[in-house]
Write a protein that binds this ligand. Structure first.
Ligand code: PEP
Ligand code: MN
Length: 352
């Protein structure tokens, strides 16, 4: 009797090996179907096809397993095949670390995003030559390499200060050049991309434009790095897809910025989604920045949030600094003055 069990178990082992081989073959064929579906833009999951296969299998079921068991087992196989097909897609995304395991380094002036820890700083809006000169001189002395400042401002009210436009770009660029800094500024309109690219070292796509697909395609064609802010109500996936739009145009110089998302919380302007920033580091090969200013909307949280972000592995922090925040023409409650920035820098220095 015992030898019979042994013989039968050997049979089972042989069948297991055959099943394994068949599963591998099935998996490879499913992957090939998946690749063709992806190329044709078709979905991988086809419920009608699944129902037909299950009907067929239960009709042909010779027993002894009941139909319910056969259905259950094959559904698991279908699910596993679908996962295979979808993970192939993930590999195909240009943003994906699976496709591009090495971190991308984005160079702008003296800054190397992804290869060193950086601070991006400067006023919310460019207001005057004196303001930018004073700020750039101060920041350069503090070791900052990237100067920010908006010349085209996305304001909630159409009657609020909209920015100085091209004159602002000139002021920002000149101040950055004089002090050896890279200059980053927002572009809001496809018609302005070429002009902004003449002045800026990095083009910023703001949160409100993260899904402005025409703008994403346009900056994707510019020969300049792009700082892509996450939309205030965008999922991490939507944010990555927005980056994909830029990468798909041939521009591989993309920097992702988590700047806080909208939640029910009122004590902060937005809610910093640190897990989103960490996901961006893990899932993509692009440099990741955390904008603590727009996330918090208040100056007392900036240093602790920046410390948390840097400790979590992001490449840079972004903070607004103004010579006299009280009279700033935008975001005047959240910008640091120079003394505040010095304290901020001291508080994060060990993580830079
Ligand atoms: C800004 O950087 O000044 C800005 C408007 O940011 P966001 O698009 O993140 O709101
Ligand atoms: Mn701002």
């Amino acid at each position: 009797m015992r030898t019979r069990i042994k013989e039968l178990r050997e049979e089972i082992d042989r069948i297991n090996r055959e099943l394994l081989g068949l599963l591998a073959e099935r998996g490879r064929i499913a992957q090939e179907i998946g690749r063709i579906q992806t190329a044709l833009g078709l979905p991988h999951y086809d419920p009608v096809r699944e129902a037909e296969m299950l009907d067929y299998l239960t009709r042909e079921n010779p027993g002894p397993f009941p139909n319910e068991t056969i259905k259950h087992l094959f559904k698991e196989i279908f699910k596993a095949s679908l996962t295979l097909e979808e993970s192939e897609d993930q590999k195909a995304f240009l943003y994906s670390r699976k496709r591009h395991p090495e971190p991308t380094v984005v160079e702008a002036g003296p800054a190397r995003f992804g290869a060193e820890k950086l601070v991006i700083a400067g006023p919310c809006s460019i207001e005057s030559r004196a303001q930018m000169e004073e700020t750039a001189a101060f920041l350069a002395k503090k070791g900052v390499k990237v100067l920010r400042g908006g010349a085209f401002k996305p304001r909630t009210s159409p009657y609020a200060f909209q920015g100085l436009g091209e004159e602002g770009l000139r002021i920002g660029r000149d101040a950055a050049r004089r002090h050896g800094l890279a200059f980053v500024t927002e572009v809001m309109d496809t018609r302005d991309v070429e002009m902004v690219a003449e002045y800026a070292d990095i083009l910023q796509v703001g949160a409100r434009n993260m899904q402005n697909f025409a703008l994403l395609k346009e900056v994707g064609q510019a020969q300049k790095p792009v700082l892509l802010k996450r939309g205030m109500s965008a999922t991490v996936e939507e944010w990555f897809y927005a980056a994909e739009y830029i990468l798909a145009q041939g521009n591989d110089q993309v920097i992702l910025v988590e700047r806080g998302i909208r939640t029910f919380e009122k004590w902060t302007r937005n809610t910093l989604d640190l897990s989103g920033a960490v996901l961006a580091k893990q899932e993509t090969h692009l440099p990741v920045v955390v904008d603590v200013t727009h996330a918090a909307g208040r100056t007392d949280l900036l240093a602790p949030l920046a410390r948390a972000a840097l400790a979590a592995g992001v490449d840079a922090v972004h903070v607004e600094v103004h010579p006299n925040p009280l009279v700033a023409l935008s975001d005047n409650r959240q910008q640091l003055d120079f003394a505040g920035f010095e304290r901020f820098l001291e508080a994060i220095r060990d993580l830079l």
